[in-house]
Design a protein around this ligand. Sequence first.
Ligand code: C5P
Length: 442
Amino acid sequence: MQVPPTKASHAHEVETPHDEVNRPSGGALSGKRVVLGISGGIAAYKAAELTRLLRKAGATVHVIMTQAAQAFITPLTLQTLSGNVVATELLDLTQESQIGHIQLADSADLLLIAPATADLLARLSLGLASDLLTTVALACQAKLVLCPAMNVNMWNKPQVQAHIAQLLSFGAHIIGPEQGELACGWVGSGRMVEPSAIVTAAESILAAEQKRDLAGRWVVVTAGPTYEAIDPVRFIGNRSSGKMGFALASDAVRRGAEVTLIAGPVALDTPPGVHRKNVESAREMAQAVLPLLERSRPPDCIVMAAAVADHRPTEVATRKRKKQDLGQSPQIALTENPDILRSLGEARRGPHPLLVGFAAETHDVEAYARRKLIEKGCDVIIANNVAEDGSGFGTDTNRVTILTRQSGDSVLRQELPLLGKSAVAEKIWEHLLPLLPAPRDS
Ligand code: C5P
């Protein structure tokens, strides 16, 4: 069938013979602007099909190719399929005046890089801006989706895995690679995910971005450590950075919730839109949290992500304790702190609020977490092993298991892989959403 050429709406757009691919699907990619980065691996040939499918899903596609990518597939192919000029050079006067790399970065709804080679992942993880694609990635504020493709032994190298962990912690989404026969002859993990599956994943990432599924809800999140004063100078504290709680607060705001963040002493900026109250000790945190239950409209959910000290020094010296006054083996007498989560569990009447605790342990993680879930009277416990590499306090990634109390004392268990803390936060809210009590009328 003869397809009439379409008129390019932009001076630099070219016409495409694939008119049918422009038909919007009504899905999350419909009407969205995807910047598709292609780096130099053999899987680059699949980027042609990916471009076609993205357009079929209703997206506008702007392709950026690295130098190496052009050895595998020509810019002309991608230009024809995308219907837009392909960008290849950072320091090219003509291209820069035609496309403008910052404009490209600013206008993207999604930056999708497929294939992402080991070299590209390393440069992205380090924040290098050594070519057009890495520069756009650094300037771009849209979601970054990476589809790695490489030889299995490269993929398994700790260097590559470290870059992946770093990119996850920066909020990137990693799709694949898949197991299978590789172009280099090896069989194993390293094959780029098929274009149709990449499009499905991109749609669900954009759909999650557009969700306001916590609109009308009030959630309270505690975060960070508590400091228990010994004297005006010293305290007993712990290594909690507050990053997990802040990620939960930030994702809840994105989903439309009203968010109160009660933060222990941490060095983190307040996520935009979050109401923050700073506290120092466990008792201050208890004073900030417990009265919320008395409100005529209590929170819909309280997530106790803070690492609250179980004990505090019984006496707090008003002046700095001097070494010479303390004797040979100084002792600090401790008193138990109020257990905020347990008090909430005991005090709540009815289903409000949904109570979520965290169990940070170094051993027998799940056994302790299950016990806390029951004993503290909460609905969900997020268990994490803080002794494991890449998980727990201070890191940007986390590996958690979500334990949910069912009827009676039975427990439902969902294990998540190692993810960036923002991705863990997303997964936790997705898990909590169906458990929230019915919204109140006022
Ligand atoms: O018993 P453990 O401290 O390990 O319990 C962890 C959970 O209980 C966390 O959710 C923490 O915020 C909460 N907790 C509390 N008050 C305390 C101690 C812990 O709310 N005094």
